[in-house]
Ligand binder design. Structure first.
Ligand code: SAH
Length: 395
């Protein structure tokens, strides 16, 4: 017995856990030991007292994130085991190579570590905790990361100031837990990128678009490419290598535009095919000349962060896509994405369908895209599938 405190579920509420879904909702709880605190590891039992497993407790609608279905001690050895399973999968995928050293090692529930994200940039791991208990475990996680055989992790940067529930008052400090700054250039499919994990969004780079960027490269030859919501310019740099005639990168953030310019310069010094504008997407599309681009990328931030925002978000996707489709040159490609977890594939497709219908143009779906294999989806936790994309052909 681990000696963890116990949470007992209401009758029948064990069913989703028996089907390996990793969340216990607060409404499913019948009784909790009185001195349980946010961030504790707890044992979860059914209404008859039978053990269902152990997990991390927090205050909120998701009350427990399950880690294992036995009475397992959640210590450094546990993290070492889970991390080595995660690393074994990445090794099997062949992701880390002389061409690529930026990838996701831990994708929360998809790697049986709910509440934890770890992205790797060369010798540096950037760790994000999304739950108080993962925050409390940050030091043993860091230690397990640098001791992970074969992964070559030397530095661990902890970055959870914006990912932890703010009500938990944990006051997390973004800082190195192990090592220190060891260069900021990562490689993806042979292209180089400055990754700003200190000040950038998320862990500094959107590794989840790797495969989709590679696909865009194939379609870029001779095209005039608009990369809307460019952030660090990932799609732009691939388009340049793909032989685009010109590439325009747009983002409302001046910092993102500076990063994009730096990344284009890093790979294609002095190349005049690229220009960039710090501008609002809707403003840019309103001012854009009709027919100016024949390949457009729309990769906006999550319009719906919560379920309550779904309706407005769908309207936002529809409006954005309609504005682009109506102005694209005949015979052009649209790469359009949604990274809102709260929005399903079907809902997103319907929003893009409505946008196309509004413009009255002939539109066909060529590819249906999703997140790459280093962002696996636990089949018992379909909520883990968040990235949706369509490549459309606009007559
Ligand atoms: N495509 C990028 C990731 C995009 S992240 C990649 O492959 O890495 C979303 C970006 O949208 C952020 O950089 C943010 O600054 C930008 N953004 C948010 N609102 C915007 C708006 N209204 N107009 C233009 N850019 C916006």
């Amino acid at each position: 017995m681990t000696g963890y405190k116990t949470i007992r579920l209401r009758r029948g509420k064990e069913e989703s856990l028996l089907r390996f879904h990793p969340w216990v909702f607060s409404g499913a709880i019948d009784h909790a030991d009185t001195d349980i605190e946010e961030g504790d590891t707890v044992r979860v039992v059914d209404s008859e007292g039978r053990l269902l497993g152990v997990g991390h407790y927090q205050i909120g609608s998701i009350a427990v994130r399950m880690l294992d279905n036995a009475d397992t001690e959640i210590d450094e050895a546990f993290f070492a085991r889970r991390l080595s399973e995660a690393w074994r999968l990445r090794t099997a995928l062949g992701i880390k190579s002389s061409h690529t050293d930026a990838f996701r090692l831990v994708h929360g529930e998809g790697d049986f570590l709910p509440g934890l994200v770890v992205d790797i940039y060369g010798p540096t791991a950037v760790v994000q905790a999304h739950s108080p208990a993962m925050h409390f475990a940050r030091n043993i996680i860091a230690s397990a990361l640098v001791n992970l055989p074969g992964a070559g992790i030397e530095n661990v940067y902890y970055k959870s100031e914006t990912t932890l529930p703010y009500k938990a008052s944990l006051d997390p400090q973004n800082d190195y837990i192990v090592g220190s700054f060891a260069g900021d250039i990562a490689t993806e499919n042979g292209l180089k990128f400055h990754v700003d994990w200190l000040k950038g969004q998320k862990t500094g780079f959107f590794v989840d678009q790797r495969d989709n960027r590679a696909l865009l490269e194939r379609y870029s030859h001779g095209r005039r490419v608009l990369n809307m919501f460019c952030y660090t310019g990932g799609f732009s740099v691939y388009a340049m290598r793909g032989g685009a005639e010109k590439v325009t990168s747009v983002d409302s953030s001046a910092k993102a535009i500076a990063l994009t310019r730096a990344n284009v310069e890093l790979n294609f010094p002095g190349d005049t095919r690229h220009d960039a504008a710090a501008e609002d997407a809707f403003r840019f599309l309103a001012d854009m000349e009709t027919g100016a681009y024949d390949l457009v990328v729309l990769d906006p931030p999550a319009f719906a962060k919560h379920r309550s925002a779904i309706r407005n978000a769908l309207r936002g996707y529809q409006r954005l896509n309609a504005r682009a489709i109506e102005k694209m040159a005949p015979g052009s490609f649209l790469f359009t994405f949604s990274c809102s977890q709260a929005i399903t594939k079907e809902q997103f497709r319907l929003a893009v369908f409505s946008a196309a219908a509004q413009t009255g143009r002939k539109v066909r779906i060529l590819h249906q895209l999703t997140q790459p294999a280093d962002h696996p989806v636990n089949i018992y936790h379909p909520e883990g599938e968040y990235l949706k994309g369509l490549i459309l052909y606009i007559e």
